[in-house]
Design a protein around this ligand. Structure first.
Ligand code: FAD
Length: 388
């Protein structure tokens, strides 16, 4: 069974699920006597970088997080300005059991007050096949939605307070020189020195050559970086006066490796009377959305929804919001496809010369990738390895 088939079988959305947990736990929130006592620089303040910093703080180690953007969160960006509940512009669903939140917090004394809702069998799911929606049984799914919260809010509440002082914003790393005893991390006008570096920038950033390594990364790592495919990605949210749509409308994309596209009830499970329909699209599913101007885009989305729902989209339209991940300067795309070779992903996750460690949704053990929980778990692994 391929990973994709497994995902299809287990997951409603097919947006990522682990084959097994890669986690081994650190000790609950107490600082330990560490073999390593030097300085760590973490590059990137998304879920992986924040988790890594949080765990280093638990261990009493010296670290800084160098972040290119003026904000933290990376691809779990969310907005509170569009609806009366948080709208996740990137990572939205929890693809594993909720216990993963406790694994990240790694401190049994902390009570995690985050509500999620599963999808149940009664959820109406339709597959759009050209003319009409066919009703499908969603079967078993582990995917959950946050209620009045989000992945971003989880990190903001439980992780960021421990690391906020260590985040340096607006620092775009361009070079990592690990030729000497100390590793030097350079932006265009600053340099930072460390004993270990954890790289958490999206794989696409390395593919696009935005960071120069000196000496060059090992050949197998370079090959892995160039071999994987990072899907394009976008999301949209549309508010309507009336709810005329089911919980999901999936679109068939062939071949499956090319992408995914789904309209979904973004207000599912929320304590809200607002009718917010989400569009999730990756790979070729993003076509043509990412090529259109904003006014063309809403016309396009309304007309494709009108076709399915008999003109009700245009009649009920209030406002919309669009997020193009390809155009984000520090993401350049969505995430690795489900179809990658797990060995290649594992190579992406391997450390280099006991100096450079890699954490993030594309740098895992190869058991799982392309999700927030996989990014966080890879950071747990990187911190364990770095401090061993
Ligand atoms: C459209 C979309 C939908 C998704 N849906 C889900 C979902 O439902 N569930 C789920 O679990 N996951 C989902 N994901 C995936 C999830 O968002 C990612 O797996 C997760 O954010 C990865 O975390 P990360 O820390 O590895 O990377 P990121 O979140 O990308 O963080 C990396 C950080 O590095 C910074 N950075 C980049 N370049 C530099 C540089 N040169 N110097 C310094 N800093 C730099 C970035 O600004 C960013 O803050 C989705 C993603 C997208 C795009």
């Amino acid at each position: 069974m391929t990973r994709k088939e497994f995902v299809r079988m287990c997951g409603l959305l097919g947006l990522g699920i682990p084959l097994h947990s890669t986690l081994s736990s650190c000790s609950g929130g107490e600082s330990q006597i560490e073999k390593f006592s030097g300085k760590v620089i973490i590059i990137g303040a998304g879920p992986a970088g924040l988790t890594a910093g949080y765990l280093l703080r638990q261990r009493g180690l010296d670290f800084s997080i160098v972040e290119a953007a003026p904000v933290h969160g990376g691809r779990i960006k969310r907005t509170l300005d569009f609806a009366d509940f948080p709208i996740s512009l990137g990572g939205e669903w929890l693809h594993v059991e909720k216990d993963v939140l406790g694994e990240i917090v790694n401190d049994p004394s902390v009570q995690i007050d985050i509500d999620t809702t599963p999808y149940n069998h009664e959820v109406d799911y339709g597959l759009y096949e050209g003319q009409e929606i066919s009703t499908e049984d969603i079967g078993f799914t582990i995917d959950q939605k946050f209620i009045a919260s989000s992945w971003f809010d989880f990190f903001e509440t439980y992780v960021v307070p421990s690391v906020r002082e260590q985040i340096q914003y607006n620092k775009i790393v361009q070079e990592i020189d690990y030729s000497g005893d100390k590793i030097v991390v350079r932006t265009d006008n600053e340099s930072f020195s460390a004993d270990r570096v954890i790289v958490t920038v999206p794989v696409k950033i390395l593919q696009n050559g935005h960071i120069n390594f000196s000496p060059a990364l090992p050949d197998d790592k370079i090959e892995a970086i160039n071999e994987v495919t990072v899907w394009d990605g976008c999301k949209a949210f549309i508010q309507f006066r009336e709810k005329f749509y089911p919980t999901f409308v999936g679109y068939e994309i062939t071949p499956e490796s090319a992408g995914q596209k789904l309209y979904y009830d973004a207000a599912y499970g929320q304590n809200s009377n607002q009718n917010i329909l989400g569009l999730f699209a990756v790979g070729t599913g993003t076509l043509p959305y990412v090529q259109l101007s904003d006014s063309e885009l809403i016309d396009y989305m309304l007309s494709e929804l009108d076709e399915v729902f008999d003109g009700q989209a245009s009649a009920n339209y209030i406002k919309h919001l669009f997020q193009n991940w390809n155009a984000e300067p520090f993401a350049n795309g969505a995430y690795l496809t489900d179809q990658e070779n797990w060995r290649t992903v594992r190579t992406l996750g391997q450390s280099v010369a006991d100096k450079l460690y890699f954490a993030g949704d594309g740098y895992t053990t190869g058991a799982d990738w392309s999700s927030v929980h996989a990014a966080a778990r890879s950071a747990i692994r990187a911190v364990e390895e770095l401090t061993a």
